[in-house]
Design a protein around this ligand. Structure first.
Ligand SMILES: [Zn+2]
Ligand SMILES: [Zn+2]
Length: 389
């Protein structure tokens, strides 16, 4: 009996050892293979839907869907059918930046048509019918609107997103917007809803990394958003402006467009280009079309003598930039009157319309910056950068 037990134990020990050897031999490569397989699809597609004067962004990655705002009532069915065409059946994260009609109305339609797992919104109520419908739809799906604190991370697809606001509730609904920074590998996108300057200041004060490749200028490009502070902390390469063609608000505003132009940020506009799609693979971002780089403002009463046909045409980016510079406040006439020594050297970025005192102003790539004399730059139609001059 004792002998038999001992034999069985020996057998067990032998089998366990064999198993361990096999696991060790197979372990390293199979674990590596599994990790590789899990992270193989690092694609994240970001669709900036053309919802006229409103906002709606669909993000898809690894079969998960995030919907940030749904546009206004008039675009609700467009948003629903757009999502259906992208094979959306479940919305993993529905984020309502704030409860203004041009952002929340389309979400009501989506709550009606898709199964929604999580709804994120700001912790305030609005005394409107559309807000009531939103609340009713959310509770009819057995959900509550979540109000995560700034700094909260959610994993999503091959990346994650971080909630950046609101820190507190303001009497200005726009400043209650839930802003997020979306991350996929080294690519980042910043959505701030209709956040205006006070809300942007709170976001800048968080002490979080806000750098991004793509920004959606707040409040449809209004002058009350996209502060220098935010631009300096984010240094985006691209801006996607969501606004309606010929909207009555004059969005995007000249101040915002001048800042984007001064920083050499490439511009996409839904009012001119329709739905814009960015696809990140975790290291690069590909677009479904080229940036329009049209820096003209929605309210064009202040663009001087430039014929409006100079804007929105298929002319090259650089000529648009130059038209914009010529039409700007620092017109060539004013600059030439400046008693600056002729030999004064300035820097030109690869794409911008301004000359700079330093080769790395804003998000300029110093490797692509060219040095020339100030008079050469002015002769070529460049204007002084308002940030460094
Ligand atoms: Zn809005
Ligand atoms: Zn708003």
């Amino acid at each position: 009996m004792h002998h038999k037990l001992s034999f069985r134990r020996k057998l067990q020990t032998f089998l366990l050892s064999l198993l361990l050897i096999l696991l060790t031999a197979a372990g390293v490569p199979s674990a590596a293979y599994a990790a590789e397989a899990a992270s193989a699809d690092t694609t994240m597609a970001v669709h900036f839907l053309d919802v006229g004067q409103g906002l709606s962004i669909l993000v898809q990655s690894q079969g998960e869907n995030l919907l940030y705002d749904g546009g206004d009532r008039g675009h609700s069915s467009f948003v629903v059918s757009y999502l259906q065409k992208q094979n959306v059946s479940t919305i993993d994260y529905m984020i309502s930046s704030h409860y203004d009609e041009d952002h929340v109305a389309g979400l009501v339609g989506c709550l009606d048509n898709f199964s929604v797992k999580n709804v994120i919104g700001a912790d305030y109520v609005q005394d409107t019918k559309i807000y009531q419908s939103f609340e009713n739809e959310v509770s009819s799906q057995g959900l509550n609107v979540q109000h995560p604190d700034p700094g909260t991370d959610f994993s999503f697809g091959s990346g994650k997103f971080t909630v950046l606001s609101p820190q507190s509730i303001s009497s200005n609904d726009n400043d209650n917007s839930v802003a997020i920074r979306l991350e996929n590998g080294i690519n980042h996108f910043l959505f701030t809803g209709d956040t205006e300057s006070a809300g942007e200041e709170a976001i800048c004060d968080l002490g979080l990394d806000l750098s991004c490749d793509v920004i959606v200028p707040g409040h449809h490009g209004s002058a009350t958003a996209t502060t220098w502070d935010l631009l300096q902390q984010t240094v985006p390469e691209y801006a996607v402006i969501s606004c309606g063609a010929g909207n009555s608000y004059g969005h995007p505003h000249k101040d915002t467009m001048d800042k984007l132009s001064d920083m050499g940020i490439q511009v996409f506009r839904t009012d001119e280009q329709g739905t814009v799609i960015a696809v990140s693979n975790g290291s690069d971002i590909q677009w479904n079309q080229n940036p329009c780089n049209d820096y003209s403002a929605g309210d064009e009463t202040d663009i001087g003598t430039q014929p409006s046909s100079a804007y929105g045409s298929s002319s090259s980016a650089s000529s648009d930039y130059i038209s914009d510079a010529a039409a700007g406040a620092d017109s060539p006439a004013n600059v030439q009157a400046d008693p600056e020594p002729v030999g004064d050297m300035v820097w030109i970025s690869a794409t911008g319309s301004k000359y700079h005192r330093i080769p790395n102003c804003g998000n300029m790539n110093p490797d692509n910056a060219t040095e020339m004399t100030r008079s050469q730059a002015e002769a070529a139609g460049y204007g002084a950068c308002k940030k460094c001059y």
